[in-house]
Every structure is written in structure tokens, then in C-alpha cells.
Design a protein around this ligand. Structure first.
Ligand SMILES: [Zn+2]
Length: 346
């Protein structure tokens, strides 16, 4: 168990006999949400709980089948992105009960939405008794990507649950879920790690020397920090910041910047840009110098930015983030953003 999730774990395991049939587990992404949910699954399936250590045994038939990726009573409903690009291999492995196998070969345009037929399949399976465990366990991931019909179909399962089942909904953005779904689940909000907890964990996970910087860039989210250390994204982010300073100083063209970023995840880039703009706003209003300003050339001073325009850019970024899942032309959006960032400087 991750050190910062200890308290959440204790309350989840406090009375296994009275486990509510539907639980929604939430945390911003990168804090070990998937890991916690999988621990809930294994704990619920295990037939020989280790009471002293408050964990599953790891040895019973249920534990073994679960770890082998072939437990018949564990059901994963997820979108194509999670099946193919998800960070936890086991979730992908289990997802093909409902997912079309051909998705594995798909190179682009993986769907983010969970369609209704997957939920219908899950309901059908949940109506049968468990095969070997004492409960069937379903994991919906990410639950906020259920389309509206799928969410409505799920209501049926939430309202009339079979007695021997546990449904776990995972979500980093629970506000996107219909209130009718939310109100029928017990909510578990996972705790965030302290800086020390995150740092200690991350040092055990990566050889990177930029552990503190990675945590700074990911708002202290250990799993995201590990990802950017391991995938070279940390370097990309450093270059993005250098480029942004260049855009503000008019030494880098906005168009050049947006072209260089078009291979990255759009929502991630928008999030980084929001942080950058917020850093400048904070700099202008409170005098707090952004960490990335060290080492950049002189000449970029807070008074040269127009506060009004900075807020306009920030609002635009918020809007893009909201509609990012629709039919936004991402390249065009990036062109516009970099141009408007440049225009914030007088
Ligand atoms: Zn076990």
C-alpha cells in the first residue's frame, strides 16, 4: 500500500461485511488511483484475508487467478485509451472481455468514451452468480467517460444491485458524472502525499536526478512525476518553457512552437500552458518569481505583461480544456494560444 493511502485503506477495509455495493474512488490523476482500486479489487476477491496485516493473502486461488490476469469474477469496463495506452498493464489485460480485440492494432484516434454496450454486457454478467469468489467485482475506468446513455444504463445496476457484487468507479473528474450516479455511490477521496512521502516514493522508482523538479511540474503527483522522468517528458517540458520564454521575447515564432508540440497529448500541453500563464500572473501580482525564470535572458519583466490579456489567455485555455474532448482542431487551437501568449507582452 502506498504510504499516503494508508488512512483511505483503513477506512475501506474497516468492515468488509458491510461493504457498500458501489464505491466511487476519486483523486486527481497521478496520485495512485488505479493502484488503490486494484488493491480494493484484490482484497474483495481474496478468500483468505490476512487480518493482521490488513491485506490479501496472495496465495489463495482467487489471488492467484487475479494476478495471472484471468479471474472470472473481475470485470473491467474502460475506454479504448485505457485498454491500449493505460498505465497499468493488468487493467488493459482484463479490459478485453468487453473491448473489441481489434482495438489493440489501432494506432490513432482511440476513443475516450465508454459506450453503452460495454455497460450492458457488464450488467448481464453481474446478474449471474460469481464463479469462484464470494463477490463479482466490476471496475469502471474512467467512470467520467461513460457516455450519457451508458451512465443511464449503469443506474439500473446501482439501483438494483445483485447482493454479491461490488462496483468500483474510478474518476479523476467526478463532477463530469451525472448526480444520479454519484448519489448512489459511496465516495472515497484519496489523500495526497506530503512532499516528503512523494519524494521518498519517487526516489525509489527512478534514477533521475530531477526528482524535485518533476514533482514541482506535476503538482506533487508521484505517478505523473515518475512518468515524466522516465519518458523524457521532463526534458520536453523544460524545452517548452524555454520556448515560451522565447515566444514572449519574440525570438521564437508562435507557429514554430505549436508545430513542435503537436505530437504531445493536447490536454497535457494545455495544462502546462495554464501553469505557465498562472506563474506569470502570480509574478505580476505578488512578485513571486517563477522558478523557470532563473537562467533565462534578462528583459522579460512582469511589468511588460498586460494583466488583462493574461487573464484572457487563461480563460481561453480553460475553455479549450473543457471542449478538448469534442471536435476541436488542436493544431489551430495551439497556433491561436501561442500567438495570444505573445500578445500579452508589450
Ligand atoms: Zn488470497
Amino acid at each position: 500500500m502506498l504510504s499516503w493511502q494508508q488512512e483511505n485503506w483503513e477506512s475501506f477495509t474497516a468492515s468488509p461485511e458491510n461493504l457498500h455495493h458501489a464505491q466511487i474512488v476519486t483523486a486527481p490523476s497521478g496520485y495512485g488511483l488505479r493502484e488503490f482500486c486494484l488493491a480494493m479489487v484484490q482484497y474483495t476477491l481474496c478468500s483468505n484475508i490476512d487480518r493482521e496485516r490488513n491485506t490479501w493473502c496472495g496465495e489463495c486461488q482467487n489471488c492467484q487467478l487475479f494476478s495471472a490476469g484471468s479471474h472470472p469474477d473481475f470485470h473491467v469496463v474502460c475506454n479504448e485509451v485505457e485498454s491500449v495506452q493505460g498505465r497499468v498493464e493488468m487493467i488493459g489485460q482484463y479490459s478485453y472481455r468487453y473491448q473489441d480485440e481489434s482495438v489493440r492494432e489501432k494506432k490513432a484516434q482511440l476513443k475516450k468514451i465508454i459506450p453503452i454496450d460495454h455497460v450492458r454486457g457488464l450488467i448481464e454478467n453481474f446478474m449471474q452468480r460469481p464463479h469462484i469468489a464470494s463477490r463479482k467485482v466490476g471496475l469502471i475506468i474512467p467512470a467520467d467517460r461513460l457516455n450519457i446513455n451508458a451512465a443511464n444504463a449503469l443506474l439500473k445496476l446501482l439501483e438494483e444491485p445483485p447482493g454479491d457484487s461490488l462496483l468500483i468507479l474510478l474518476s479523476s473528474e467526478p463532477s463530469r458524472l451525472p448526480p444520479t450516479v454519484l448519489s448512489r455511490c459511496i465516495q472515497i477521496h484519496l489523500s495526497r502525499p506530503s512532499h516528503e512521502q512523494a519524494r521518498t516514493w519517487l526516489e525509489g522508482q527512478t534514477a533521475s536526478e530531477d526528482v524535485d523538479l518533476a514533482l514541482e511540474l506535476t503538482d506533487g503527483a508521484p505517478f505523473k512525476a515518475r512518468e515524466i522522468c522516465e519518458t523524457g517528458l521532463l526534458q520536453t517540458h523544460k524545452e517548452l518553457l524555454k520556448g515560451l520564454v522565447g515566444v514572449c521575447q519574440k525570438t521564437t515564432s508562435p507557429y514554430q512552437m505549436s508545430i513542435s508540440l503537436n505530437k504531445l497529448d493536447f490536454e497535457e500541453v494545455i495544462k502546462w500552458l495554464q501553469e505557465f500563464v498562472m506563474d506569470v500572473i502570480r509574478w505580476k501580482t505578488t512578485g513571486k518569481i517563477p522558478w523557470w525564470h532563473a537562467g533565462t535572458e534578462q528583459g522579460l519583466m512582469p511589468e511588460r505583461f498586460s494583466g488583462e490579456k493574461l487573464f484572457q489567455v487563461y480563460d481561453r485555455l480553460c475553455r479549450y480544456r473543457r471542449i478538448a474532448r469534442g471536435s476541436l482542431n488542436e493544431q489551430l487551437a495551439l497556433d491561436t494560444i501561442f500567438l495570444s501568449i505573445q500578445q500579452t507582452v508589450r
